[in-house]
Ligand binder design. Sequence first.
Ligand code: UDP
Ligand code: MG
Length: 309
Amino acid sequence: MLSIIIPSYNEEKNIENTANVVSGIMEDNKIDYELVFVNDGSKDRTWEIISRLADERDNITGVNFSRNFGKESAIFAGLKEASGDACVLMDCDLQHPPQVIVEMYKIWKNNDNIDIVEGRKSSRGKENPIYKCFSLLFYKIIKSASGLDMKAASDFKLLDRKVVNNLNKMPERLTFFRAMSSWVGFNKEVVNFEVAERHEGESKWSTKSLIKYAINSISSFTSAPLHIVTVIGFIMFLCSIVLGIQTLWKFTHGSSEGFTTVILLILFTASLIMISLGIIGYYLSKIYEEIKCRPRYIISERKKSGNLK
Ligand code: UDP
Ligand code: MG
C-alpha cells in the first residue's frame, strides 16, 4: 500500500478537492493507497472536513494535533501514522502535482534497489524576488556547510518503508525533513516536476515563520556558525597583534594618538563578541530544547476509514 501524507493547516477549501483529485488518480492507476491527512492545529474547519471524509469514504486516515506544531512536525507525525510499504509526502494545495505520484510509484515499484524517489522543482513557481534571493542564500549556506545541494529539493518525495522506519527512529526534536531524508542515504532516483499554482487560499508561511524556519534548519543541520565564531576570533587576534606592534612602535617614537580609533575598535570588538555570544546562546537554547525531550507534537484525535481499521 502507498501512504500519501498531506500536512494541512487552515486548508478547509482544499481538503475535499485534494482528496478527490488524489483518490481519482490512484484509482485510475489501480494503486492501493491511503491518504494520511495531518491537521496541524488549524483554526478553520479543516479537521471537521477530514473527519467527515474518514467517516464517509474509504482509504482516509486523519490525525489531529492539539495545536499548530508546524509542517515539520506534521510530516513526522504522518510518517509515524502511515502504514504503507512506501510513503509519499505532498502539500495540500496541489502545488505538488499528484500525477507525479504515479510516476514516483512506478519507479519505486519497478526498481527493487530504489528506496527514495525525490521530486525536484524544475522551476520554483511564482515567487516574490526578495524571497527568491533569501532562499538562494539559505541553500548556499546549507550547501557550503553540509555539502547537501538542496536548491531544487522539495518535501515532495516517495520513501520506502525502510527509509521511513529509519526516519522514525531519529530522536531529535528539531527536525529538518529535507536534509534528514538526504542524510539517511539509500538509493535515490529523481523526478522533475513543475511547481503548480496554489489551488485555493494563500501560503501559510509568514516572513517571520520563514526566517525562523531557515535559522532552525541551518542550526539543526550544521554547527558551522559556531566555527565561524572561532575563525573570526583568530582573525581579530592576528589584527590585534599587527595593531599592537604598530601602537607600540608609535609609542616609542613619540606620543600615540587616536582616541577615535580606540572607540571604534572597542565598539567593533564588543559587537562581534555580542554576536558570537548570540550564536553560542542560540545553540545552547537548542540543546536545552532537545534535552527537555518533549514530544515533537501532541495528537488529540485520530480517525480512520472503516476499510483501514
Ligand atoms: N502547513 C502545515 N503547517 C504549517 C504551515 C503549513 O502543515 O504550520 C502545510 C500546508 O497546509 C500545506 C503545506 O504545509 O499543505 C505547504 O504550505 P504552504 O502551501 O502554505 O507553503 P508554500 O507552498 O507557500 O511553501
Ligand atoms: Mg503551497
